[in-house]
Design a protein around this ligand. Structure first.
Ligand code: UD1
Length: 432
């Protein structure tokens, strides 16, 4: 079975280039079929979730042409109205539910299988449905696990989201772009990928204002046209490398980032004693001593991201003193703590709070990655640990990190993806 073998203990140093944002790409690729003209999307990350959404849109009739590793030309003119979107891939990736918003907006009808994604909590879609209904759509859940949304004509509405939801904001924004009149979404999510999708849609002729604030205003348009667009850098991939620098007492310059998107992460790293230097599109993180405890609570953007919660917990597990991490977005996001305990971490989880008593060091262990971000966090723990670790179920990590072992090796890590015992032995022999 494919897994990572890691020999910990090296301080990571050097430069790393960040890929395009996976979560922005999922939304933008789903929206790219809303026009019958050709759309070119650059800086698309080469990760399995994105390969999956590209296959899904190709399966329903879009023409998808790969220009280079990170650039795709997409034409959605051959997609048929109302065609059910359902196969194994659709159900695997969470982002496939963006096809409800995009197909409903384009054709007035969408039939899409319910989403999968990481098992980090209940993840309901009531706010998406509420928004579609407010725009005049009839939305039904039909078995087995399909959402069917249709409208004679979408009409603008004043929508108040009951919770701040990235997915619902994105989905409703896509449908509203083609609704007649002036839609207002209140209590909207402000995440960078919401803004990136709005910029993308505007480059196709949509009229969206206020993305990045909690009130988004959309003047519906009849027609969307082709565009060329480059996706923003991945804030979470960047943050993961920032924590890898801190946990290994390293010195990493993270390039091709938007430092503004990383402020909540930089602030926490500064609090625990790292030096952060921002310059243009790069952030350098230097940690040359044992770091100090702090508290953190996950919040919607611009708060500390839930997708960085496992990574900061891994770091705080090595910081001097007692730290408290509170998870306020998803209810089931501390499953990785059992794995971390195998490495010697001292962490107690009570409900949505982890109480962390920092230890001097972790020791290598064999672990399963429970989901995408927790998997990446366990890799950081293994890199910081004394001794060897093996991390299994790495397909989760590959959903969202492009060339993760290669990028880490370039920074001086001893990590190898192996898929049989011979490869594992060869790697361990070489580095011992
Ligand atoms: C997106 C990201 C995910 C990130 C999360 C929060 C993608 C593909 N995934 O997930 O990586 O962890 O944002 O930043 O972009 N909720 C409801 N009803 C709804 C929708 C959401 O109650 O209809 C709740 C959820 O259960 C959760 C909270 O709202 O407690 C936030 O979820 P949401 O922002 O929608 O997360 P996703 O879009 O699924």
């Amino acid at each position: 079975m494919e897994h990572y073998v890691i020999k910990g203990g090296n301080a990571l140093s050097g430069e790393v280039e960040i890929a395009g944002a996976k979560n922005a790409a999922l939304a933008i690729l789903a929206a790219s079929i809303m026009t019958n003209e050709t759309v070119t999307v650059e800086n698309v990350p080469d990760v399995s979730d994105i390969r999956a959404i590209l296959k899904v849109i190709a399966t329903i009739g879009a023409h998808v042409e790969q220009i280079d590793r990170h650039t795709f030309r997409i034409n959605g003119s051959a997609i048929k109205k109302g065609e059910p979107v359902d196969n194994e891939l659709v159900r695997e990736i969470r982002g496939s539910y963006y096809l409800i918003g995009s197909l409903l907006g384009k054709y007035g009808k969408a039939a899409v299988a319910l989403p999968g994604g990481c098992n980090i909590g209940l993840r309901p879609i009531d706010q998406h449905i509420k928004g579609f209904r407010a725009l005049g759509a009839d939305v039904r859940l039909v078995s087995p696990g399909m959402v069917v949304a249709e409208a004679e004509e979408l009409t603008a509405a004043h929508i108040y989201m009951d919770v701040v939801s990235v997915g619902a904001t994105i989905n409703v924004m896509m449908a509203a772009v083609k609704a007649h009149g002036y839609t207002i979404i209140e209590n909207a999510a402000r995440e960078p990928h919401v803004v990136d999708l709005a910029n993308f849609l505007n480059s196709m002729g949509a009229k969206i204002k206020g993305a990045g604030t909690d009130v988004i205003r959309i003047r519906g348009v009849e027609y969307l046209h082709g565009t060329n667009y480059s996706i923003i850098p991945d804030q979470i991939e960047a943050g993961t490398f920032m924590f890898a620098a801190a946990a290994t007492k390293g010195d990493i310059t993270i390039k091709n980032v938007i430092p503004k998107h990383l402020e909540s992460i930089s602030a926490k790293l500064t609090e625990v004693g790292c030096q952060i230097r921002e310059s243009g599109d790069a952030v350098r993180v230097v940690a040359n001593r044992r770091l100090l405890h702090t508290n953190v609570k996950t919040l919607p953007y611009p708060g500390f991201p839930t997708d960085m919660q496992p990574q900061i917990t891994v770091l705080l597990g090595l910081c001097k003193g007692i730290s408290i991490v509170t998870e306020s977005i998803f209810e089931n996001r501390f499953k990785y703590v059992d794995e971390l305990t195998k490495m010697g971490a001292s962490i107690t989880v009570e409900g949505n709070t982890a109480i962390i008593d920092g230890v001097e060091k972790y020791t290598g262990a064999n672990m399963d990655s429970p989901d995408l971000r927790a998997g990446a966090a366990l890799v950081i723990a293994a890199l910081a640990a004394e001794g060897d670790s093996e991390i299994y179920k790495i397909h989760y990590i590959e959903r969202g990190y492009e060339d993760f072992p290669e990028k880490l090796r370039h920074l001086g890590a001893e990590i190898r993806k192996v898929d049989d015992e011979n490869q594992r032995r060869r790697f361990q022999y070489r580095i011992s």
